[in-house]
Write a protein that binds this ligand. Structure first.
Ligand SMILES: Cc1cc2nc3c(=O)[nH]c(=O)nc-3n(C[C@H](O)[C@H](O)[C@H](O)COP(=O)(O)OP(=O)(O)OC[C@H]3O[C@@H](n4cnc5c(N)ncnc54)[C@H](O)[C@@H]3O)c2cc1C
Length: 409
């Protein structure tokens, strides 16, 4: 491999940082990865716990549209490194992938650990140096990168830097917003970090929360409105929690719901608890005589509703309106849930907000800080779960790594 004297510091050893390291290392630059935790890729490992959803098989441009107002920016990253490139990259590490029934893409063994282990091993073999327990704290007066380490402060003066510090969810995995203050102090515009792919608080009765926390609601169709008043509908699953509601269906609507709460003080999510039954049929079935059956038995027989769904209906209507002629059928088809606030960012899968893209050039280099690149979730974009988060993180790391190569060459 050709050797250049130029050095690159990667700050943050998640998918974005490691991908930037791989690209610059392959071009012959000396790469140092600085990581606050005792090992790299902890969030990637946790993402693999329930089955690593690496990317999605959805074609572009629908894929790009998942990134909402940032779709055109991220399309540019995906032009450089898209879902197919990500799957091909995993294969170079001996990890085959498959498309699940929902279109999501997983490694064959569903795990993140073999992929991460193989990747880090290969980077080390190719000369990438890893410095764990190095927490980036900002820049010194002379522009050097400052790190807090167990043995005291450490300074680095690389020829280029890629910041890939991740978002602010799950602080126990290294994700936190500590990097925001030093970046703002250096004049970098950082949009407020907010929870994304998160649950929401609902004012359940004490009985309902105690009895049904953890109960899955499936299948249901969720309806919600975006900022433009357009109604969206999506079938899937969500889960009742002690505080409110969470799960993939809620995450898909998260950005619109969070914005509605910011704007109006609360948001409404409507649930269709019986997606396979027409309203007219439900009304007919529920208006038949009860023939001495208990209310819950009647609901189970006539509407197929029991357990948490039946309890939710009772929670929404109250005892009196359960006996109303029309209310149950209508509410089963469109049960309003008042969402009070998003759950705290520490519990969210990812975070929205971050370093605003307008300050970066097409290679993700800060226009006002030549030689400093930014990649991954710490940039100001968001996406639902489904593999879109990792794909954009990897892709932005690829763009930043290529940008470093172009600059240092
Ligand atoms: C429970 C969970 C499940 C998930 N599942 C999926 C999934 O299935 N599919 C998907 O697409 N996405 C998933 N995600 C999201 C995905 O993991 C992230 O979007 C992705 O890891 C972001 O990559 P990144 O490289 O930008 O940041 P990170 O992976 O967060 O890496 C940032 C790194 O920077 C380090 N760091 C932070 N501050 C400092 C500092 N001051 N100095 C030095 N180092 C620092 C951190 O310790 C960390 O190692 C999941 C997230 C969670 C929490």
């Amino acid at each position: 491999m050709e050797s250049h004297a130029k050095t690159l510091a990667i700050v943050g050893g998640g998918p974005a940082g490691l991908m930037a390291a791989q690209v610059a290392n392959a071009a012959g630059f000396a790469v140092d990865v600085y990581e606050a935790q005792g090992s790299v890729g902890r969030r990637f490992l946790i993402a693999g716990k329930g089955g690593l959803n690496l990317t999605h098989s959805e074609p572009r441009p629908q894929f790009d549209a998942r990134y909402r107002e940032r779709a055109s920016d991220i399309a540019h990253w995906l032009d450089a490194f898209d879902a197919d490139a990500l799957r091909a990259w995993a294969k170079t590490l001996g990890v085959d992938t498959f498309v699940g029934s929902s279109g999501r893409v997983f490694p064959t063994d569903l795990k993140a650990a073999p992929l991460l282990r193989g990747w880090v091993r290969r980077l080390k073999e190719h000369g990438v140096r890893f410095h764990v327990h190095h927490r980036f704290t900002g820049w010194g007066d002379d522009g050097a990168l400052r790190f807090a380490t167990p043995t005291g402060e450490f300074f680095a003066t690389p020829d280029a830097t890629v910041l890939a510090l991740g978002g602010a969810s799950w602080p126990e995995l290294g994700g936190n917003s500590e990097w925001v203050a030093p970046l703002r102090a250096a004049g970098i515009d950082v949009a407020e970090l907010k929870p994304a792919n998160c649950g929401f608080d609902v004012a359940w009765s004490e009985f309902f929360a105690r009895k049904f926390a953890g109960a899955p609601l499936k299948p249901v169709v969720a309806h919600w409105r975006d900022a433009g008043g357009r109604e969206h509908a999506r079938q899937g699953e969500c889960v009742v929690s002690a505080h409110g509601i969470e799960g993939s269906l809620v995450y898909a609507a998260c950005a619109d719901l969070r914005e509605a709460i910011e704007r109006d003080g609360s948001a409404t999510l409507w649930l269709d608890l019986a997606p396979n039954r027409e309203l007219a049929r439900l009304q007919g079935d529920l208006s038949k005589p009860r023939d001495g059956r208990s209310a819950s038995e009647f609901l189970r027989r006539q509407a197929g509703l029991e357990g948490v769904k039946a309890a939710l209906l009772r929670e929404a209507l109250g005892k009196a309106r359960m006996d109303d002629a029309n209310a149950p059928a209508q509410t089963i088809k469109r049960l309003p849930l008042k969402l009070l606030r998003p759950r705290p960012i520490a519990e969210a899968i990812s975070s929205a907000g971050g370093v605003r893209l307008e300050q970066l050039d097409a290679n993700l280099m800060m226009k006002d800080k030549p030689g400093v690149f930014v990649a991954g979730e710490m940039l100001d974009w968001e996406a639902p779960t489904g593999g879109y988060l990792l794909t954009a993180s990897f892709a932005s790391g690829h763009v930043a790594g290529s940008g470093v190569v172009e600059r240092l060459k």
